[in-house]
Design a binder for this molecule. Structure first.
Ligand SMILES: *Cc1c(COP(=O)(O)O)cnc(C)c1O
Length: 415
């Protein structure tokens, strides 16, 4: 679901005019749609209605408590990658027994916190992690539920920085070592081996690699069970791609879920999915304002008040975000590179965009709900933007803009 629509030249999210949000809360400003988040989460949950399943939203995509709270109320599970994300999920009212813990570098402290909270499963990514988990669980007198993240060695055909399922990648346990790792896990006294998982990359638009990974994981799952290790769930990760530009077609959530459900029917395995981007990506926009239009050697720049500090995806992955004016004011269009004020040549939000804008106009950078605010920084001492949740006709500030003073509040000068 696209969170926004244009009415009489003005951009709206649900029952709220975005120019009004920009005026009331200032720019840059992230704005999310509750209805869009709920619609996307339900797309998974409904497509899997006939299958024993848990949709575990990948918290790292957008971890604002309002987003997590909305999903917790729907009964969502959560996929976390740190102790910080666990704390957020619990603070937002999420259930610990619906939390799974992914990531290659879980510290002892993080493992302890997750065991104490009583999470559903640890998705373990290496043999040394199995040993550490076993020892921490033993010291607490608990059994840790574990799944092994296997690397199915499938090319997700996405950007190399967000591809994780190939050999030589830091994530997961190599396919040819997986059974030995299961034997090790089953031999450790404080572990309870409950599942198998994989995650081959992000922003995958082609279903073929996902289906390939599904087959390889199911093959391994059968081999694990045949060894007398009775795993019960299969976790296929996230990575489902969304539509960032018109010429793209999003991965069809309904089709993917139907494919998985068909393949798992009668297997006895329950299913876990870990979508992040697909739930929130198109539910959010970043509002900004044009500061200057600059002409240099025939090249036009639109310098806006958002930057790579607020949205790093274009600079980091050469990601494409649609940029549109908040209001169509009948101005003449020209082609611009849309750039921010940060002192880096890579501080670009979009190149060669045809825009009908003037200084002072508001613009929206679309599809910014995932990997936007969570990857923001204070580079150039820029206060992080505020975040607003739209719910029907309401626009609620769910995180205020940082103040400049707060940026150095804990710092000091030498005497
Ligand atoms: C990042 C990540 C996800 C979510 O990926 P999306 O592309 O946002 O769906 C899910 N599982 C794991 C293990 C991840 O690292």
């Amino acid at each position: 679901m696209s969170a926004i629509r244009r009415v009489d030249g003005e951009l709206w999210m649900e029952g709220v005019r975005l120019a009004e949000v920009a005026k009331r809360f200032g720019t840059p400003c992230y704005v999310y749609s509750r209805a869009a988040i709920e619609t996307e989460w339900h797309a998974f949950d409904r497509a899997l209605a006939g299958t024993d399943h848990l949709v575990c939203y990948a918290v790292k995509a957008n971890s604002n408590l309002a987003v997590l709270g909305i999903l917790a109320r729907l009964g969502s599970g959560f996929d976390i990658v740190s102790g910080g994300e666990l704390a957020r999920v619990l603070a937002a009212g999420g259930r610990a027994d619906r939390v799974i813990f992914s990531g290659v570098g879980k510290s002892e402290e993080e493992i302890r916190a997750a065991l104490a909270a009583g999470i559903r499963c640890f998705n373990v990514e290496s043999e040394p992690e199995l040993e550490r988990l076993n020892s921490v669980a033993g010291s607490l007198g608990r059994a840790a539920p574990v799944s092994l993240r296997v690397n199915p060695d499938v090319d997700a055909r996405t950007h190399p920085y967000i591809s994780t399922g190939l050999k030589g990648n830091k994530f997961g346990i190599a396919h040819d070592r997986a059974l030995a790792a299961y034997d090790l896990a089953a031999s450790l006294p404080h572990l309870e081996v409950t599942g198998i998982d994989c995650h081959i990359g992000s922003q995958i638009l082609d279903m073929a690699p996902l289906e390939e990974a599904l087959e390889r994981v199911l093959e391994l799952a059968a081999a694990v069970v045949a060894r007398g290790i009775p795993i019960r769930h299969v976790d296929l990760g996230g990575g489902l791609g969304i539509r960032y530009r018109e010429e793209e077609t999003a991965l069809d959530i309904g089709r993917w879920c139907a494919t998985v459900a068909r393949r798992l029917a009668g297997s006895g395995f329950s299913l876990v999915l870990e979508p992040g981007r697909a739930v929130v990506g198109n539910a959010g926009v970043l509002l900004s304002r044009v500061e200057y239009l600059k002409l240099d050697k025939g090249k036009r720049f639109a310098i806006v008040d958002a930057s790579m500090s607020e949205l790093i995806r274009p600079a980091l992955y050469e990601a494409w975000h649609e940029i549109v004016p908040l209001a169509e004011l009948g101005r003449a269009a020209a082609t611009y590179d849309v750039v921010g004020p940060v002192c880096e040549s890579s501080d670009v939000l979009g190149t060669d965009r045809s825009l009908a804008i003037a200084p002072g106009d508001g613009v929206a950078i679309l599809s910014a709900g995932a990997y936007g605010m969570v990857m923001s920084s204070n580079y150039n001492s820029r206060p992080r933007p505020c975040e607003v949740m739209v719910d029907g006709a309401r626009a609620v500030e769910v995180r205020p803009r940082e103040s400049v003073a707060s940026l150095y509040a804990g710092e000091s000068t030498l005497d």
